[in-house]
Design a protein around this ligand. Structure first.
Ligand SMILES: Nc1ncnc2c1ncn2[C@@H]1O[C@H](COP(=O)(O)OP(=O)(O)OP(=O)(O)O)[C@@H](O)[C@H]1O
Length: 375
């Protein structure tokens, strides 16, 4: 950083949660010219007539006043609807399990919001994400947050060099417990506020009920792989691969979702948490993105996560001429889910990610595709 902190303007995304509150406090203590901005991306009251965004903004107001920074609100409801929510619905309609957090970072926080911050003459955009950016060898590297339990680099896998060069993550080197402690010591209004969980626009509401408001539910059959009908489902979109709950069929061992056929509206299940068809030896992923801006050399030996918080798994990544990735696993993986992201790491560095298109269940199929690629 060339400029002195007092000459460096930082716009911090304030959600009304404890993390962004502490991030703002730390920046202010470091002497930056800090502006707190709350994004309103969703306009809806819950069943009690309470608008959660208004309550959150109230917390932003209180914390910014305590810290002594200016604050205001921007509205990206339309952009959020067009680029995150529409994607979310379309993925469910296609039988996938989308990740709106990844899309929100890509399309809203680090695009619309970043551009907004730059228009305010900001040098940087900061957020309370648990991740780090380091510049080395002329490249901005996205690094995991040091708190292994909270690391959010998974959700940031679609960021590019420009975005990383303009981003500060003041909490990346801290444990979450320390962040709470700082908030309490400073007496911040959000110090005891509960962490948000789940999809932000759904909040504490019932997921099924929420989705039904937007996508008509279509009843259909639950089958096993032999094609036998075992029961009825109330809409394939309500289920995800590996799910046990809510199937409503009993047996000497519990049933799990092993596959979804959205076109035919069939849910496939298998018996037992370790059912063979829940596992795969590889996957195909689409639209790869690399945070460095440069494609790595294939085959790429690295690690990967296929869902948030999963421990790193050893993989080898291949690419075909259609820009599709084949990811092969050192150890078979359970419940690989189309629509989620495969996110690649070299040690603590997040290399990028790609959307999971489909699992490859058998080792033979994986080997056949590798052979084809080698020809
Ligand atoms: N509505 C919002 N307006 C502005 N910035 C936001 C908003 N929502 C999230 N952010 C920014 O993105 C970061 C990560 O968002 P996420 O939803 O994962 O929050 P979190 O980990 O629960 O953090 P927090 O405790 O700050 O809510 C936040 O710390 C904040 O900087």
């Amino acid at each position: 950083m060339d400029k002195r902190p007092e000459d460096t303007r930082v716009v911090i995304g304030m959600s009304g949660g404890v993390d962004s509150s502490v991030a703002a406090l730390l920046l202010k203590e470091q002497g930056y010219d800090v502006i707190g901005v709350f994004m309103k991306n969703w306009d809806e009251e819950d069943e009690n007539g309470v608008c959660p965004a208004e309550e959150d903004y109230e917390d932003v107001r209180r914390v910014c006043a305590q810290i002594g920074i200016p604050y205001y609100i921007v509205n990206f409801e339309k952009q959020y609807w067009d680029r995150v929510f529409t994607y979310f619905l379309n993925e469910y309609k296609a039988g996938h399990t989308p990740n709106p957090d990844v899309m929100c970072n890509k399309e809203i926080k680090f695009k619309e919001f970043l551009n907004h911050a730059l228009k305010l003459d900001a040098d940087y955009l900061a957020t309370g994400h648990y991740a780090q950016v380091e510049k080395s060898e002329g490249e901005y590297k996205l690094i995991k947050g040091v708190d292994n339990n909270k690391d959010q680099s998974y959700f940031l896998c679609m960021l590019n060099q420009r975005q990383l060069s303009k981003t500060l993550f003041p909490l990346g080197h801290l444990e979450k417990s320390k962040v709470r402690e700082i908030a309490k010591e400073a007496g911040l209004a959000t110090a005891e506020k509960k962490d948000s969980t789940g999809v932000c626009f759904i909040g504490e509401r019932d997921f099924k009920e929420f989705l039904t408001n937007y996508i008509p539910a279509q009843k259909g059959e639950i089958r096993n792989r032999k094609g036998e009908v075992l029961g009825k489902h109330d809409g394939v979109m309500y289920y995800t691969i590996g799910q046990r709950r809510g199937l409503g069929i009993s047996g000497h061992e519990p049933y799990f979702v092993i596959d979804k056929d959205a076109k035919e509206n069939i849910l496939y299940v298998g018996q037992g948490a370790e059912h063979e068809l829940l596992f795969s030896h590889g996957l195909v992923a689409l639209e790869p993105h690399w945070t460095s801006g440069n494609e790595p050399k294939f085959p790429l030996k690295c690690t990967a996560k296929f869902r948030y918080r999963q421990p790193d798994q050893e993989v080898v990544v291949y690419k075909n001429s259609n820009d599709e990735l084949l990811v092969t696993f050192a150890k078979k993986q359970r419940a690989i889910t189309p629509g989620q992201f495969a996110v690649f790491y070299q040690g603590n560095i997040c290399l990028g990610g790609a959307v999971i298109d489909k699992p490859i269940k058998s080792k033979e199929e994986v080997n056949r595709i590798i052979n084809e690629l080698n020809q």
